[in-house]
Design a protein around this ligand. Structure first.
Ligand code: IMP
Length: 200
């Protein structure tokens, strides 16, 4: 058997990285992270779309590392807010990327908005690039409703207010392994895994 291919997972978000590594299990690639490189470029997420940011990161990092790289960009879209916070999900309440502050701002903006109008979805775009060349960008979404108050302690980001009707729980009330079978990230990564398996 030949050497295992190395895949650089390009994210600095520790909790997201954990989910990605978990989701890529069994793909037959050796996952390495940017921490293993002495210096790495800071890629600004300055595009207007999740896809744009994911592609930019994957291309830049794959070129820098001269390897296969996977990058993703994700966030929450609330229908009654015209798709906000969208690509600004992480910094919704300011540059500090504070989950609690983001949730507070979101709930404040939805005050008085009835349950039926609180529909939202998580969106994930994942991009795979090799040595500076984009291979493919794919997406996954999962639909839910923004709850009236945060519930649960698992997960990260907006999970405590993302109520998932089929399970009658928020994403922060379900285990990591369960979330990893229904999430937007799972759905996008499933497509990436298919590509990695097809292309030895
Ligand atoms: P990124 O790190 O720039 O892609 O920002 C993604 C942001 O979207 C996170 O900081 C969260 O606020 C939100 N987000 C993305 N995926 C999830 C998820 O699975 N659960 C909760 N929040 C998420």
């Amino acid at each position: 058997m030949g050497r295992m291919r190395e895949l650089v997972v390009a994210t600095t978000n520790k909790k997201k990285k954990k989910e990605l590594v978990e989701l890529l299990r069994g793909t037959g690639v050796d996952i390495i992270t940017l921490d293993e490189f002495q210096a790495s470029p800071r890629v600004r997420e300055d595009k207007k779309t999740f896809r744009g940011n994911a592609v930019k990161k994957a291309v830049v990092i794959s070129k820098f590392t001269n390897r296969l790289a996977l990058a993703e960009d994700s966030g929450l879209e609330v229908m009654a807010m015209g798709g906000l916070p969208g690509v600004r999900s992480a910094r919704f309440a300011g540059p500090s990327k504070n989950d609690a502050a983001n949730i507070k701002k979101l709930l404040g903006m939805l005050q008085g908005v009835a349950g039926s109008k609180r529909k939202a979805r998580f969106v994930c775009f994942a991009a795979l690039a090799d040595k500076g060349r984009l291979i493919k960008a794919v997406s996954g979404t999962v639909e839910g409703v923004i709850s009236l108050e945060p519930k649960g302690r698992f997960g990260f980001g907006y999970d405590p207010v993302f109520y998932y009707p089929p399970l009658k729980k928020t994403f922060a009330q379900i285990s990591a392994s369960r979330k990893n079978r229904i999430s937007h990230r799972f759905k996008a990564l499933r497509k990436i895994k298919r590509i990695l398996r097809e292309d030895p």
